[in-house]
Design a protein around this ligand. Structure first.
Ligand SMILES: [Fe+2]
Ligand SMILES: [Fe+2]
Length: 159
């Protein structure tokens, strides 16, 4: 277990590491489309995914999870690549909370040919809402937790 300061502190080196892993994704036109959609309150889906990348990185560092960092951060960046306005029910079939992981997985696979760990991160990130999709590896657990933390923070800040 790392020190609490590992969570609080944030420096140029950390930004560099993150950029070296997700730099190509965060500037990709398909990923940039997420800027058009709101996630929670005023936060765009793009900013939400970037926040989940940073929180996943910090959790990995704080808890020494020994994650595959490349898969962890790339999966975090793509975990909500569903590319529609979820507030408008005509944009998707079924309840957004239950169906968007599959849409994001399909988009991420089609555009980026992601590996098994990234697929598993996206597939199970909505656990426990999707109760049967228990995260199957440490990378999926970290992103699932980071997503909850960031979502709660964004929802509180909107009020
Ligand atoms: Fe999601
Ligand atoms: Fe999310």
């Amino acid at each position: 277990m790392g020190k609490w300061s590992d969570w609080r502190n944030w420096n140029k080196h950390d930004k560099k590491v993150i950029n070296s892993i997700v730099g190509d994704l965060k500037d990709h036109p398909t990923v940039l489309q997420m800027r058009e959609y709101k996630q929670h309150g005023k936060t765009s889906t793009y900013d939400h995914c970037m926040a989940v990348v940073r929180a996943s990185y910090k959790l990995d560092r704080l808890l020494h999870t020994k994650c595959d960092r490349k898969a962890l951060l790339r999966g975090a960046m793509l975990h909500d690549l569903f590319l529609y306005d979820w507030h408008d029910s005509s944009t998707h079939t079924g309840m957004h909370g239950y169906v968007h992981a599959d849409t994001a997985l399909k988009n991420a696979t089609n555009h980026f040919g992601i590996g098994k760990k990234e697929q598993s991160i996206i597939y199970s990130h909505m656990w426990p809402l999707n109760i049967s999709r228990i995260p199957k590896n440490r990378e999926a657990w970290v992103v699932c937790l980071a997503d909850k933390y960031v979502s709660i923070k964004e929802t509180i800040h909107r009020r």
